[in-house]
Structures are given as C-alpha cells and as structure tokens.
Ligand binder design. Structure first.
Ligand code: I3P
Length: 328
C-alpha cells in the first residue's frame, strides 16, 4: 500500500457549509456526522483528547510524535497476515497542520459494551529513552501521587525525574514488570469508565479485576480465550509482528450483552522495525540493544489469567460464542 495523506480544509464534511464545524478533539464532531452512530463516544485510555469520532464507523487519532510510525505500521499491517487482529486503517489526514489517522471505530460493533484496555509488554519505553537525561517535574509529581516514598533523596531535592525513571517505576508499581501486561482502563456496562488501576499489581488483584470484567459469563470467558489464542497465533506467524518491536501497544477487549465479543491489538505509535540481522521473540527479557518488549510473554500470562477465572453462578445473558464477531 502506498502512503497517502488526505488534506482536509473543512471537517466534518456536511451538506451545508453553515454546518461545518471545526474539529474539536475533546468532543464529538457534529450531529450530522454522528447521527448514525450506535454508541456514545468513549475514550478509555491514551492521551486525553487524542481521538475524535469521524464518520459513522471511523475515528481520527491524532499524531503526537514527529515520526509517522503509526501510519507506516497500519499501512504495512493492512497487507500482513495479521491484518484482522487490528482495526481497519483508512488513511492519514492532514488537518490544520496536524496529522491524524482514520481507523475503524471498534466501538460501533457493540451495544453498551464492557471494555478493557490492557497495555502489553514488560517494557513501556523506547530504547532511545535510556539516553534521555531530561528531568521532568510533571513526572515527579505523578510519581509522588502514586507513592510519596518512591523518590530518592536526590530526586526529592530536584523535584524531577527522567521519563525512563518514571516509566520503570510505573512498570514495577503495576503488573507490567512481573506479568508483561497491565490493565490500563476498564468500563463495565452501566458504570463509569475507570483508569484508577495503576496499583493493580498482584496475582490476586489482577484476578479480581478480570473476574469482575467477565462477571460469571462462561461464554464470554470462552470467547475471549479463543480470540486471545488466535491473536497469539497470528502474531507468532506474522512477518510484521515478528520484525517490529511493540512498545505501548494495547489489547482492546470488548463484549456486550447480545453476545458480541472482540479483541484487537491497538496503538502502534511506538512500533519500530528492528534491524534485519536481529531476531525478536517478544518473550525474552529485555537487555539494552535486543529490542525485546515482552508482548507475547504478557499475552501468555493474560491467557493464563483468563483461563484461571472460576465461573461460580453462571450468568447466561449472552448468546453462544459462535455469534461473536468474526473481525478478530
Ligand atoms: C504516561 C503513560 C504514557 C506515556 C506518558 C506517561 O504515564 O506511560 O504511555 O506516553 O508519557 O506520562 P501514566 O500512565 O502514569 O499517566 P507515551 O506512551 O507517549 O510515552 P509522556 O508524559 O511523555 O506523555
């Protein structure tokens, strides 16, 4: 697929010029564009305001980095054997001198779904971050909000830390370091979304959150396990995934009461092609220079966690898993 950027002067395109609305990434676009949408827009994780509904079945995602990694990743993925485990990619858009990608809005397949964003991998920062000595006060503030005792005497004095220090602190404070994944955000049908999960770290805590998510639905458990196993197999056999390091990518897991269930790999803004001479397993421990990210190590563990959920009083408000979406 060739790289193609569409330049838009006015967005969203409506029938009358008086209805043209400037793109506001903190709010849905316009009634004209959104009238066919089934669900209210929900952003669970990621940079606040980084997404906006576009067409009835697509969203725009803003590019924050100088590089166009995510566009390149999606363009390659659309031709890869693992194409069906990621959202459909449509195009890159330039609007008001900013860049966006237009991708499938996965939410549109569901009715009032339960949603979970699981950040994958044992490493959440790029190797280039190791050399970055910039001290940041905002990350120091975020660190002490989580654990006031975490900073060293020197860090307390400067009231600032590097991004590497913060990211590794977050990895150890959550389940990332030990299990290779962390639950970033969660939405249970009928409840407000929560991203207050930064301290979910132990086996028991993870088990409790996943059990609450599945909520005694055996068909959901079985369907999710089937989809996670499919994702693992697709990744292991994918030329794209086996030649790229995946940092900060998530699994988006969704199901609804009418028995639809889906899992996708999302977020490729820190996905990089590794040198041809190198091999990546996504399972071996990271050492500077080997680019290992622990994505499959985390997926193996996540599958084990979902397998271990005990269904006590089976809830049967969902139909059989054969009615699950075929897109993942
Ligand atoms: C943020 C999170 C983001 C990261 C961001 C962190 O921490 O790790 O993934 O952005 O870095 O602050 P938290 O989850 O505790 O809020 P990137 O993935 O783009 O690196 P930033 O502050 O440099 O944006």
């Amino acid at each position: 697929m060739t790289m193609c950027t569409v330049l838009l002067d006015d967005f969203p395109p409506t029938t009358s010029s008086s209805e043209y609305t400037a793109l506001d990434l903190t709010a849905p676009a316009s009634d004209a564009i959104l009238k066919n949408r089934k669900n209210t827009w929900i952003q669970l994780a990621g940079h606040p305001g980084g997404f906006a509904p576009a067409g009835p079945n697509t969203i725009w995602k803003k590019r924050y980095t100088k590089d166009n990694n995510e566009t390149q990743a999606y363009e390659s993925l659309m031709e890869d054997t693992a194409q069906d485990i990621v959202p459909m990619y449509y195009r890159e858009v330039e609007y008001n001198s900013e860049y966006f990608i237009e991708i499938e809005d996965l939410l549109q397949h569901f009715t009032d779904p339960c949603i979970m964003d699981v950040k994958m991998g044992t490493r959440t920062f790029l190797e280039s971050e190791v050399m970055n000595s910039t001290l940041r006060k905002d990350l120091y503030e975020k660190m002490i909000a989580l654990d006031p005792a975490a900073p060293s005497a020197e860090e307390k004095q400067s009231q600032s830390i590097t991004k590497l220090r913060y990211m590794q602190f977050r990895e150890r404070e959550s389940s990332t370091a030990e299990f290779g994944f962390r639950i970033e955000a969660l939405r249970i049908t009928g409840e407000a979304p929560t991203s207050n999960l930064k301290r979910v770290k132990s086996k028991e805590q993870i088990h409790d959150v996943l059990s609450k998510f599945v909520n005694d639905r055996r068909t959901v458990q079985n369907s999710l396990l089937e989809k996670l196993a499919n994702i693992r197999e697709k990744i292991e056999n994918s030329p794209f995934f086996m030649s790229h390091e995946l940092i900060g990518s998530s699994l988006l897991v969704m199901f609804d009461k009418i028995g639809q269930c889906g899992v996708w790999v999302i977020d490729f803004s820190k996905t990089n092609l590794i040198d041809e001479s190198m091999e990546i397993t996504h399972r071996l421990p990271w050492k500077l220079g080997n680019h290992e990210d622990g994505f499959l190590f985390g997926l193996d563990n996540l599958i084990q966690f979902f397998t271990d959920i005990e269904i006590k009083d089976e809830l049967t408000d969902t139909v059989t898993s054969s009615q699950s979406l075929t897109t993942s």
